[in-house]
Design a protein around this ligand. Structure first.
Ligand code: NAG
Ligand code: NAG
Ligand code: NAG
Ligand code: CU
Length: 412
């Protein structure tokens, strides 16, 4: 009798841990912005202008600005921006039922971001023009904004007409593979590629109301994709640790919201797993939503299963061919000690010893440049702890130096 009750209890516990929101019947796919046609960008432009005319862009700018210090610098960074971009996408789909926010894989063009075709006059637009650095072309060319006061939509590259180098895919791949807690992964992403892209673009993107520039959505969709890849790589879909927007992070935390863009009290838990509940999208470069809702305490999966997806869970790059070259190159160029520390996702696969590859190939690419620092203004604006930011930057530089010291040749 006692045993029966015990078994029943275990069965119920197992069931409830596997519950969660229902799987979406229709899961849309966020595409790589690099694969969009001129017609796709034109459709996006039409939607953005209608949303602007209806005051929707101002509402998103205001909401992000007012919530600023609650949704940056803590683990809520990820769930907040997932919910926020989703809300933008849902509203945009009322204007065009085919609208899906594309993602900008800003790692692929890290050596010379200003030359990225996504920053061309038929896509997100080039650098701003004139004394005010007004955006004059692209999907939001010549747009006038009213939040927080009348101004043109501005873009002001950080190095005059060009943008300094960003973070290479290998650095972000290392975060995806080696960060075992979401709190650590959040710090590494927020202090690296997140800030580098905002600061490199400058203008509107360097303000609290940056979301009025569509670049914000395309950039944050990419950060969301990286979070999803991290969740898959560690089979840690429900991990939410560290500090949330209101003290110790908890899945039951309500996502901070502003009345200008209401989330109806949605919790962090409601956005943790793509393809479930109201989070009905996935990414074209990523592992798709799991077949059943993950349990809270799932053990790390055998990573071998991801091999047939060209290491999609192990590389920040969205390009399958480069992803394969990156993994192959890292395996062949680094000692097993470095692999297990910086790229542990590769260690379960057959590895050749570094001694077999002592000489650099003659077609050696340029070394990966050291990534940029966040500016003191950016650190102060976000109320980041400067010591944590510095620690993260030093770690990124150590990854670059380790690769530079090895025989590894980056395919990027
Ligand atoms: C992996 O990448 C290679 C090179 O781009 C490609 O030929 C192959 O079809 C890809 N395999 C899968 C399963 O995506
Ligand atoms: C890479 O190594 C070369 C020497 O092998 C050095 O000149 C260069 O400064 C290094 N670059 C980085 C980014 O570490
Ligand atoms: C790279 O090599 C240089 C020169 O040998 C060495 O001083 C440095 O510590 C190495 N860096 C890393 C991260 O291994
Ligand atoms: Cu933000």
């Amino acid at each position: 009798m006692k045993l029966g009750v015990g078994l029943a209890f275990v069965a119920i516990a197992a069931l409830s841990s596997a519950q969660g929101p229902p799987r979406c019947s229709d899961i849309r796919v966020r595409r790589n912005a690099a694969s969009l046609s001129a017609q796709d960008w034109q459709s996006i432009s039409n939607v953005l202008h209608q949303m602007h005319d209806d005051g929707v862009l101002s509402r998103f700018g205001a909401s992000h600005d007012r919530l600023f210090n609650r949704v940056h610098g803590n683990t809520c960074f990820f769930p907040f921006h997932r919910r926020y971009v989703l809300e933008f996408e849902n509203i945009a789909r009322r204007y065009d039922s085919n609208f899906v926010v594309p993602y900008w894989d800003a790692t692929e063009s890290f050596r010379n971001p200003a030359a990225d075709p996504i920053l061309s006059s038929t896509a997100l637009g080039t650098n701003g023009q004139g004394n005010d650095h007004c955006l004059a072309n692209g999907v939001q060319g010549d747009m006038q904004l009213s939040y927080p006061s009348q101004h043109c939509l501005r873009r002001n590259f950080d190095q005059g007409d060009s943008i300094g180098p960003w973070y290479s895919p290998e650095i972000i791949s290392s975060y995806i593979q080696s960060d075992t807690s979401l709190a650590t992964f959040r710090e590494n992403i927020e202090y690296s590629i997140h800030g580098a892209v905002h600061l490199g673009m400058g203008g509107e993107m360097n303000t609290g109301y940056a979301a009025q520039d569509f670049s914000f959505m395309v950039h944050h969709a990419n950060l969301d994709r990286l979070w999803w890849d991290w969740q898959n790589a560690h089979n840690s879909f429900l991990m939410y640790d560290g500090t949330g927007s209101n003290g110790p992070a908890s899945l039951s935390d309500v996502i901070p919201e502003d009345s200008s863009v209401p989330f109806n009290g949605d919790t962090v838990e409601s956005v943790m797993v793509l393809g479930y509940g109201d989070v009905c999208y996935t990414y074209d470069s990523s592992t798709g939503p799991p077949q059943s809702y993950p349990s809270n305490n799932a053990a790390p999966q055998d990573r071998q299963q991801n091999e047939n997806q060209n290491n999609s869970a192990f590389s920040a790059s969205s390009n399958p061919a480069n992803r394969a070259l990156e993994s192959e190159g890292l395996r062949n160029s680094l000692g097993s000690d470095v692999i297990s520390r910086l790229f542990p996702g590769l260690s379960s696969n057959s590895m050749r010893k570094r001694s077999e590859y002592q000489t650099k190939p003659t077609n050696c690419g340029d070394p990966i440049p050291f990534p940029p620092r966040l500016t003191p203004e950016w650190i102060a604006m976000h109320k980041y702890d400067p010591a944590r930011v510095e620690k993260a930057h030093r770690y990124a530089c150590e990854i670059v130096e380790t690769l530079n010291n090895s025989t590894y040749v980056s395919p990027y």
